[in-house]
Design a protein around this ligand. Structure first.
Ligand SMILES: C[S@@+](CC[C@H](N)C(=O)[O-])C[C@H]1O[C@@H](n2cnc3c(N)ncnc32)[C@H](O)[C@@H]1O
Length: 214
């Protein structure tokens, strides 16, 4: 399980050691893919460390963090302790309840959430991509995943088992299942970038439904 309850000397409380470790590799890949001035909507921001990391490295970004209502105040407190130009006040969002109006965005981003939220919440997130994204816009999701015809490496197998032991609704998601959910939302998996510790940054792209489809 990813520790979210630690604190650190720089005023992060809660603090996620894994978010601190993976921010460098993730944003080395992600930032060059974001056009100047991009507006990024982050789902399940957790501690807010990635929002601050991204906007510290790229002052032109407009970053919209979000969290489930029950976890929102901890996120807001962290962000207030780390005021960073470009990081917007965090908003409440649980993927099971689509927002009445999506924030203005050019990309959607989430890390280490799809194996934590229950399958219905994962499905709801993908279903909402149709409305959130315009054609050609991207959804970036980082974490450990199951790839077709590839056994999990031992560390991911153990992580998956511990997640399921704690909560049967949690567990590493299969790319096949995610791809099927995405197809229903007019979204395609464009790239799966290998990152350290057997994690991947998945790049999903919204396509326009073909004009002759029924
Ligand atoms: C392991 S933490 C990852 C937090 C952060 N993204 C990071 O990488 O440090 C999982 C996050 O998923 C969020 N989450 C779980 N279910 C959710 C849902 N249905 N909608 C939105 N966020 C959800 C949790 O609140 C939590 O912040």
């Amino acid at each position: 399980m990813i520790a979210m309850d630690a604190t650190d000397p720089n005023g992060w409380h809660p603090f996620s050691p894994s978010a601190a470790q993976n921010a460098g590799p993730i944003f080395d890949q992600l930032l060059p893919r974001l056009a100047p001035g991009s507006r990024v909507f982050e789902i399940g921001s957790g501690t807010g460390q990635h929002a601050v990391h991204a906007c510290t490295r790229r002052a032109d970004l407009v970053w919209q963090p979000s969290e489930r209502p029950e976890a929102l105040s901890a996120l807001r407190d962290n962000l207030e302790r780390h005021p960073t130009p470009g990081v917007q006040p965090a908003i409440a969002y649980d993927t099971r309840t689509p927002l009445a109006a999506w924030p203005p965005l050019d990309a959607v981003y989430t890390t280490n959430t799809l194996h934590i939220m229950p399958p219905a919440a994962v499905a709801a997130l993908f279903a909402s991509l149709t409305d959130m994204l315009q054609p050609e816009q991207a959804f970036y999701s980082y974490g450990p995943f199951r790839f077709p015809a590839q056994p999990l490496v031992a560390s991911n197998e153990a992580f998956d088992a511990s997640l399921r032991r704690d909560n049967p609704d949690q567990g590493l998601r299969s790319i096949d299942w995610l791809t099927a959910l995405a197809a229903d939302a007019c979204v395609v998996l464009e790239e799966a970038l290998e990152l350290p510790s057997n994690n991947h940054l998945l790049i999903w792209r919204r396509f326009a439904p073909s004009s002759n489809s029924i």
